[in-house]
Design a protein around this ligand. Structure first.
Ligand code: NAD
Length: 354
């Protein structure tokens, strides 16, 4: 891998390779962009097959965070960190050593919990650095607000594609009835939508049927239902060459991360089928907005107001995609880049004034 060429191509500002012998630690902190604010991104701990895969993960995910934060209109940039270790080798010493590396960045990078780290681990890292979020959940967890963001996305897409000013009467298929999916179902039911749901856990499906009158379907049936909206809320990679030909919904609007198996190929396939895709990192940014507000002082009313902004952001993305004949995913990236460039210009002007 050509290191500086790759970093340059992806536009990263800084990549910190953290290494120590006692305790034995290997971690990578990738800071993609701090034009809008400090880089924010969770830390994952994984036994990567090799260091190149770990680096690529950190680079890819930190760039994604920049776009996500810019589209969410919150003043933070994109970062991500990976600790290369087996989960069973996670110790207090290792986490504290990692915390000291985070501290060395003096607030340029703020982190939280991702794969194989728990809120308790964040509390350990917090012994060495204050630049962490999620030490305690001041808001009761991000799932309800993430789901509220998904509802804003469904509303925007229904308005744009179906000229439907309300959710009443819409048929929505929800895949995955976990923390976010259940809340999405509740809000949709309250708004008068008809629900078709699936989960590999049949108890969860039965509960949603009982509470919200949903019709349960088998996991592999969810793609081909004759509905208005397909809402993936389970896992990533579900929009692929096998599933897209079967999809009959005209709108895809769900919380799952990395829904497109291949951003370019499958983004294009959806566009060719005239399916309106809500880019995942825009529609599911409620969780990030929530954690940002926990950091600055939680005010529930303000959080919901910010999350309501997902509606306008998505309408702007759909309009841009239609106007420029590009995919909604590319339009979202363009919108994010425009916001970052404006922030840079503003910063430069302020420096001149000083
Ligand atoms: P979760 O683990 O609580 O729920 C996932 C659900 O999907 C589970 O009920 C699981 O049984 C079900 N599932 C798994 N495989 C399935 C299959 N093949 N078919 C149908 N259902 C299946 O997770 P969550 O917190 O609800 O998050 C859902 C998605 O949204 C994830 O991709 C997550 O990364 C993303 N996301 C979540 C948040 C948040 O605030 N929790 C924020 C942003 C993005």
């Amino acid at each position: 891998m050509k290191l500086f060429e790759t970093v340059n191509e992806m536009g990263h500002e800084q990549v910190l390779f953290c290494h120590g012998k006692d305790p034995d630690i290997k971690a990578i902190i990738a800071i993609h962009d701090t034009s809008i604010g400090p880089a924010m991104g969770a830390t994952r701990l994984l036994p990567y097959v090799n260091e190149e895969v770990a680096l690529k993960d950190a680079l890819r995910l930190s760039r994604g965070m920049t776009y996500k934060a810019a589209c969410a209109n919150i003043p933070v940039g994109g970062g991500k960190a990976v600790i290369i270790a087996k989960p069973e080798h996670k110790t207090e010493d290792l986490l504290r050593a990692y915390g000291r590396f985070v501290e060395s960045l003096q607030g340029r990078f703020i982190t939280g919990q991702d794969m194989n780290l728990t809120p308790q681990d964040i509390r350990v890292i917090n012994k060495e650095t204050k630049h962490v979020v999620g030490v305690e959940e001041k808001s009761g967890g991000p799932a309800p607000v993430t789901a509220w963001g998904v509802i804003q996305g469904i509303k925007a897409a229904a308005q744009f594609r179906l000229q439907a000013g309300q959710l009443k009467g819409l048929k929505v298929a929800v895949q995955g009835l976990g923390n976010v999916g259940q809340n999405v179902c509740q809000y949709l039911h309250e708004h008068g939508a008809s629900l078709y749901v699936t989960d590999v856990n049949s108890e969860k499906a039965e509960q949603v049927k009982r509470l919200f009158g949903a019709k349960i379907v088998e996991p592999n049936e969810i793609y081909s239902l004759d509905v208005d909206v397909f809402s993936p809320c389970a896992f990533g990679g579900i929009l692929n060459s096998d599933t897209i030909p079967n999809i009959r919904a005209t709108i895809i609007a769900g919380a799952a991360n990395n829904q497109l198996d291949n951003e370019i190929i499958h983004g294009m396939m959806l566009a060719e089928k005239q399916i309106l895709y809500c880019p995942d990192y825009v529609i599911n940014s409620g969780g990030l907005i929530n954690v940002y507000n926990e950091m600055i002082g939680y005010d529930e009313k303000k959080v919901f107001q910010q999350i309501n902004g997902i509606y306008d952001t998505l309408l702007a993305i759909f309009t841009l995609a239609q106007h420029k004949k590009i995919t909604t995913n590319d339009a979202a990236k363009q919108l994010a880049e425009d916001r970052i460039i404006s922030a840079r210009k503003l910063k430069a002007k302020e420096l001149v004034r000083v």
